[in-house]
Design a binder for this molecule. Structure first.
Ligand code: PRT
Ligand code: ZN
Length: 303
């Protein structure tokens, strides 16, 4: 296999070989690793799951998966060690590297919040003036403090941040919250949200056209998988006289498919309904005369 190097306009040195493979960095182990692997697998990309190894070449798509700590992914993508990476937007913003945000993925939703002891009275953000705040997100926290004209001491710790107020290390914490149960267990109360986050794909800014082409193919598959999970296929029976009303409730992809039933005056209608509007639409459909409603998951949805 021929190998070599080329320089992009920004002077970044990329190693090339004839079979140019796109290097995708995902979290090795943690909250994002399973969903990231599942997403790639749902895109039809087959690779071994990295138990023990740090890289794995896909057998049926020109990509190589690198298994890394999420904290390191922004830097590796900036440097071109990985071409793209899957990680939480919170980490992308904290690391503030020179990378492009290519796609939001809709999983690992969480928020970065400030929390205080449950028993402390909270007059508003002035609480944090002259306080000590424990966090693993020093950059985002100091940005928030500066924006609000607050002066506080930041105690940077890498894990188990919630324990800090209880052991007298800090007055408050700034950490990731999802269900809120960790805060509750540690006697803390969420008082401010700095940002909301979800898993995203970031990309190197100086990729050659051949890599961009593979990314476009991958993003097309990812969007089809996402679209499918955000929609359901719906089948129902309805009297012919209700069809116009039902069609207006279910705009579907273009327009619903309508087939006559053996029973005179009735037809069967097939369409697509958004997951987030699902229950509301079902109520409207029943009110419009729909019966025998079947709702089926969609595996892939190509628009
Ligand atoms: O080892 P590595 O460095 O790769 O992983 P990590 O330990 O730094 O990260 P990990 O696996 O904990 O989280 C990876 C990413 O998942 C984060 O950067 C977020 O984008 C996302 N995510 C989503 C979360 C949570 N939800 C989450 N709940 N990350 C962390 N938490 C933690 C939080 O820190 C707190 O301890 O869960 C606790 C709060 O959860 P609730 O549900 O009790 O509120
Ligand atoms: Zn991490």
């Amino acid at each position: 296999m021929q190998t070599g190097f080329f320089l992009t306009t920004a002077g970044v040195r990329h190693k090339t070989n004839k079979m140019n493979k796109l290097k995708i960095a995902i979290q090795k182990s943690g909250r994002l690793s399973e969903s990231s692997q599942k997403l790639l697998q749902e895109c039809g990309i087959r690779f071994s799951n990295g138990t023990g190894s740090l890289r794995s070449a896909a057998t049926n798509f020109p990509v190589e998966v690198l298994f890394l700590r999420d904290d390191d992914i922004p830097q590796y993508v900036e440097q071109g060690v990985a071409d793209i990476g899957i990680l939480g937007e919170n980490m992308v913003l904290e690391k503030n590297k020179d990378v492009d945000l290519l796609e939001r993925l809709g999983f690992a939703r969480c928020r970065l919040s400030l929390a205080v002891k449950k028993e402390d009275s909270y007059p508003g953000i002035s609480f944090f003036n002259n306080s000590k705040i424990a966090t693993s997100y020093p950059r985002l926290l100091s940005e928030f403090l500066n924006k609000n004209g607050l002066k506080a001491e930041i105690e940077e710790i890498s894990g188990s941040v919630e324990i800090a107020p209880g052991i007298g290390l800090a007055d408050a914490i700034c950490d990731i919250v999802s269900s809120g149960s960790t805060l509750l267990t540690n006697g803390l109360r969420e008082v401010e949200t700095l940002l909301t986050s979800e898993a995203v794909i970031i990309g190197n800014r100086n990729l050659p056209p051949s890599s961009k082409e593979i990314i476009e193919k991958l993003l097309f598959r990812i969007r089809s998988v996402k679209s499918a999970s955000e929609n359901k296929y719906i089948l129902l029976n309805a009297p012919e006289k209700s069809i116009d009303r039902i069609c207006s409730i279910l705009p579907g992809m273009k327009s619903p498919t309508i087939l006559p039933l053996a029973e005179k005056g009735w037809c069967s209608l097939h369409s697509v309904v958004r997951e987030d509007e699902f229950w509301e639409r079902i109520d409207q459909l029943k009110a419009a005369g729909a019966e025998g409603i079947l709702v089926i998951p969609i595996e892939k949805m190509i628009r």
